[in-house]
Design a protein around this ligand. Sequence first.
Ligand code: B1M
Length: 212
Amino acid sequence: MDLLADIAKGVIDGNDQRVAQVTQQVIEQGTSPKSILDEGLIAGMNVVGERFRVHDIFLPDVLLAARAMYAGMDLLKPLLIKEGIPSLGKVVIGSVRGDLHDIGKNLVGIMLKGAGFEVIDLGNDVPPEKMLRTAQQENATVIGMSALLTTTMPVMGEVVDLINREGLAGELKTIVGGAPVTADFARKIGADAHGFDAANAVDQVKHLLNVT
Ligand code: B1M
């Protein structure tokens, strides 16, 4: 089996030790972190999502898959983050209130740091007020929100409304993302940008802040 498919299988099986071992092996062989992410870890997690949707597997299996995914991401993290480069700007990120999914949000944080942004990660289940207050206290210019549930997506709109009510629109930009979040939804709630994946989130934030 090709090694990236082996990583995907490790995620599907919830085998964190296997994922860590093979991820280390492909890193040493010089495979690009992006291929390892897309064709290994994320490919595996997509299968897990589909099997969960059709009730082929259950929540404990998904938790094991998440743990296995993190075993690989931990090894990739230092390759994706370049230390010691001047900050391009400060971004507050979090999964919105009610949403415990944090793998995609963490990837966005890693990629933003790798591109030279300072990232304040508020974790998951973050209330709108906390996002806004932290951004103000930290002088951040962008709030990045992640949602994986159709039931939590509307919280993103609450954050945008709060920013507008406090007269901060234009000064404090917003970017939204997550599997069910579309560019159309982003437009409807008045977010400034939508990222379809973590790499695209970096491009979008750069665009918002006019950095190249
Ligand atoms: Co849950 N879950 N889950 N889950 N889970 C989904 C999202 C689901 C689609 C599964 C399914 O039914 N097929 C479904 C949602 C259905 C819906 O709303 N329409 C679902 C459900 C129902 C639930 C529970 C309600 C289950 C239950 O309790 N009965 C529950 C809810 C908990 C809660 O949040 N309150 C729940 C729980 C969990 C676990 C805790 C077990 C675990 C999360 C562990 C963790 O995150 N630490 C989990 C997982 C792992 C998943 C799936 C299988 C995988 C999500 C994932 O990490 N993908 C997921 C199925 C799926 O999405 N296919 C599913 C990998 C990750 C890299 O992708 O997060 O999409 P993603 O991020 C992408 C892009 O979206 C983008 O960049 C990343 C790629 O580079 N992106 C951004 C993400 N955020 C961004 C922000 C940006 C820009 C881009 O700008 C700021």
